[in-house]
Write a protein that binds this ligand. Structure first.
Ligand code: PEP
Length: 251
């Protein structure tokens, strides 16, 4: 059985006080979803505080939105995988399209980040997704396959099988435009098939692949009903407790 996961990517939103209030509302409104892993990815400064807020709730965890691609050293302002893990976070997002686009992160850097995250016991949530021109020109399968081949398919099976993947079509992130369930399912099935080709059927079957891109309380149910969609990586809609909880209740 693959893990069902709903992850909240808060990006650069909320103060500590606003964030604490949001986490408390989510915790108090959360019912009957013990089998669904909920991960909050707040700004990294809040991690220690949120780890203690969720510690009594086994199905909740905290993660970082990024880590640096070097173990340690003179990189002012950056945060290492070991520092993140030492604060009690369990997950880290790697390769989000905003980081690829605005911070020009390269496949080699992403691979190193994943290796460091795994060394320090963090589970990477690795994001892939085509841009609009690739969707429009019907090159979306090859674009996503390339992102997998350039980074995570370079990992040995025992490392790869520890990952969570997120399919996030760039044209759907923060735009209010969502992939249809058919578009999501065909890409998730494609990703699973690519994993089977590269590794084997067992690995392909056990990897959770999340959908992200304007997933919200209204469309989560039909997206999560797709056979190869194991949950969501949620941006905007994760900033409102009721919406996030409704998404969690959409399986
Ligand atoms: C994201 O940035 O990971 C995301 C899915 O954002 P949104 O839900 O706002 O499209």
């Amino acid at each position: 059985m693959r893990k069902k996961i709903v992850a909240a990517n808060w990006k650069m939103n909320k103060t500590l006080q606003e964030g604490e209030a949001l986490v408390k509302s989510i915790l108090s409104g959360s019912t009957n979803s013990e089998d669904i892993t909920k991960i909050i990815f707040p700004p990294s400064l809040f991690i220690p505080d949120f780890v203690s807020l969720v510690k009594e709730n086994a199905s909740f965890s905290v993660g970082a939105q990024n880590c640096y691609h070097t173990e340690v050293g003179a990189f002012t302002g950056e945060i290492s995988a070991s520092a993140i893990a030492s604060c009690g976070a369990k997950y880290v997002i790697i390769g989000h399209s905003e980081r690829r686009e605005y911070f020009k992160e390269t496949p080699q850097q992403l691979l190193t980040k994943i290796q460091l995250a795994l060394i320090h016991g963090l589970t990477p949530v690795f994001c892939v997704g085509e841009k609009l021109p690739d969707r429009k020109s019907n090159h979306y399968f090859s674009a996503v396959k390339q992102q997998l081949s350039d980074v995570v398919f370079l990992l040995p099976e025992e490392m790869f099988s520890k990952l969570i993947l997120a399919y996030e079509p760039v044209w759907a992130i923060g735009t209010g435009e969502t992939a249809t369930p058919e578009q999501a399912q065909e890409m998730h099935a494609f990703i699973r098939f690519a994993i089977e080709e590269k590794y084997n059927k067992d690995v392909a079957k056990q990897i959770s692949v999340l959908y992200g891109g304007s997933c919200n309380a209204k469309n989560a149910k039909e997206l999560f009903a797709c056979a190869d969609v194991d949950g969501g990586l949620i941006g905007g809609a994760s900033l409102v407790a009721e919406d996030f909880l409704q998404i969690v209740n959409s399986f």
